[in-house]
Design a binder for this molecule. Structure first.
Ligand code: DNO
Length: 405
């Protein structure tokens, strides 16, 4: 048995020219890989080789590597299979080929309709004074039922939640109302899309009649089209789960559970059709057993987001410190280290799976700064340091159990 020496590749999300954290700063976090995207290009367009190379060279000049693209966004027409969806799929294929040509081999994407990740509070004060992101079911329901007044919304909430939401909505003054609307509709970092109230209503309307099964079929169609191209390009696709992992505004979400993830990797069985293991996203749903999922789906994990959540009650959760919360992070890490061993034993070359600390609290000097929600420097640095230590401890422990170094 080979002893596992390969660590996970430590990466860091950087928002390119929009980011206030520089590549030089990122070097000091100990991360070696960069996770970024060409955020300035319109969704659905082909990413030209010269644009990719420009960004890649910039990253390399700072002594870092562009490891993962997060994300190449999937156009809403592909999700709804309307309009020019086939030509958007063709563009996506060309982008995969171009990225492969430039030596970038991992692409993260998601298939959440209309909204990417969603929270209701970006400054939830935790016990130690740092702030965290939170999803509060009652606040969300208040927005959906009494501000957006979505027809049929009351069918999606328990009666107790509706009662509380009513009180919540009545207490919302101008500023808080505006903040809640903006938090939900304007798009959090990396979402690429944000909506005005009217645009949002129109988008919701456009999904009318699209069931979860329809969305699944559209996703599988997309996967079956693009994976062969990814194989040709040497690119590993990594679908990000729904965040939060349940339906919002009556829209279907189809990458929320272990059976969802299993079905989609089976829709086209190839190492290039893989997953982003986002522990925080899957972790907001109590039946998602993260260490077990990591073990059972491990062979298809192409990218890892490590983050923890504390489920409060029902669907309400906040982002906790990386090693504390509802997700058993050491169980996940143990399963990841075992997966790497398995890859070595079976002759796979993709042993150094890219991992990034996902989100972090806003803390210390960052509290006085303007930072992207979830993407402050110090909170993520703390997360990365904790995860790095956890990984090293587990790896050494397993190694010593298996034999000498
Ligand atoms: C949030 C991120 C998501 C993610 C996309 C992937 O922090 O994890 O925005 O990048 O869903 O396409």
């Amino acid at each position: 048995m080979t002893i596992i020496k390969a660590k996970l590749e430590q990466t860091w999300r950087w928002f390119g020219t929009y980011d206030t954290i520089s590549l030089t700063d990122i070097r000091q976090t100990g991360a070696t890989g960069i996770v970024t995207a060409l955020h300035h290009l319109p969704i659905g367009s082909i990413w030209p080789v010269h644009e990719i190379m420009k960004r890649k060279n910039e990253i390399e000049q700072s002594g870092l590597t562009w490891s993962v693209v997060e994300s190449v966004p999937v156009h809403e027409d592909i999700k709804r299979q309307i309009g020019k969806f086939q030509s958007y799929i063709d563009n996506y294929k060309q982008t995969i080929l171009n990225l492969g040509k430039c030596g970038i081999h991992t692409i993260c994407y998601n298939f959440m309709p209309v909204l990417d990740w969603t929270r209701t509070d970006l400054e939830y004060i935790t016990a130690d004074g740092s702030t965290a992101l939170r999803f509060e079911e009652v606040a969300f329901a208040a927005f959906d039922l009494f501000i957006l007044r979505r027809p049929g919304a009351e069918e999606d909430y328990l009666p107790g939640v509706i009662d509380e939401a009513k009180v919540f909505a009545e207490g919302l003054g101008g500023d808080r109302l505006e903040a809640l609307t903006k938090t939900i509709l304007a798009g959090l970092p990396g979402s690429e899309e944000g909506y005005t109230f009217t645009e949002f209503q129109e988008m919701l309307q456009s999904y009318h009649g699209i069931s979860a099964d329809d969305l699944k079929n559209n996703l599988y169609h997309f996967i079956r089209e693009v994976t062969p191209v990814a194989v040709e390009a040497g690119v590993r696709l990594a679908i990000h789960p729904d965040d939060p992992p349940f339906s919002l505004f009556g829209l279907p979400r189809v990458v929320s559970t272990e059976p969802d993830a299993k079905a989609l990797i089976e829709a086209y069985d190839s190492p290039n059709n893989g997953l982003t293991l986002c522990t925080g996203s899957y972790g907001a749903r109590p039946e998602n057993d993260l260490p077990g999922m990591t073990m059972r789906l491990g062979h298809r994990i192409n990218f890892i987001h490590l983050r923890n959540v504390q489920i409060e009650n029902g669907r309400t959760f906040h982002e906790s410190d990386h090693l504390e919360g509802s997700v058993d992070m050491s169980g996940v890490m143990r399963a990841l280290v075992n997966e790497q061993q398995h890859r070595i034993d079976t002759g796979r070359t993709d042993v150094t799976i890219p991992m990034r600390p996902d989100h972090g609290h806003k803390m210390l000097y960052d509290l006085k700064k303007d930072t992207f929600p979830g993407y402050s420097l110090i909170g993520r640095l703390r997360g990365l340091a904790e995860i790095r230590g956890l990984e090293m401890g587990i790896r050494k422990n397993i190694t010593s159990l298996n034999g000498p170094k």
